[in-house]
Design a protein. Structure first.
Length: 182
């Protein structure tokens, strides 16, 4: 089976956001940032409590609670901006290039116009994930190969092929069709 597609800036952004959502480091960083803001504002509230300034104490306590619940919305937008800049800077030479993947018996061959081709054994795959619009093939080297579903007429065939590869390689096929960047 051979697939041919072009990747856009949006595709690379979605890949980076998906990978970030699975990163323990980024999850921990987001939790720490949220707690840091809460503790900082509650600390200011406590200082105003000590100085008997009730208005500012309530203001900072209320702000801390509100920020605790709204901070994930801010972080979502913040990471989207950061990864958009990252994609524009690091993937600008790959955007719009025609790529193809040919599935063979124990490997797949990838080709990108102007870059070249490579063959990757199925034993080098860590897992295969599926979300609403993409398939991601995560390699043990921490690289990820993206296959967009849009414009594809044979999605079920591709899904079956990838599940067969996962079974053959003894790896997980993760179906996360409800995944959204949060």
């Amino acid at each position: 089976m051979k697939l041919q597609y072009n990747l856009t800036e949006h595709d690379y952004l979605q890949q980076q956001l998906y990978l970030a959502s699975k990163s323990k480091l980024i999850k921990d960083q987001r939790k720490k940032s949220r707690l840091f803001v809460l503790i900082g504002l509650l600390g200011l509230s406590f200082l105003f409590y000590i100085t008997q300034n009730r208005v500012l104490m309530y203001y900072f306590a209320g702000s801390g609670v509100i920020c605790f619940f709204l901070f994930p919305v801010y972080l979502k937008k913040y990471y989207e901006r950061v990864f958009t800049k990252y994609v524009k800077e690091n993937f600008k030479n790959r955007i719009g290039l025609t790529s193809s993947i040919t599935f063979k018996e124990n490997a797949f061959e990838g080709y990108s116009e102007g870059i070249g081709n490579s063959e990757i054994n199925f034993s080098a795959i860590e897992n295969i994930s599926e979300i609403t619009d993409y398939f991601f093939i995560a390699l043990k080297t921490r690289l990820s190969i993206m296959i967009p579903k849009y414009g594809m007429s044979n999605i079920e065939d591709v899904r079956s092929e990838l599940k067969m590869i996962a079974e053959k390689a003894g790896i997980n096929f993760l179906s996360e069709l409800d995944w959204k960047w949060k």
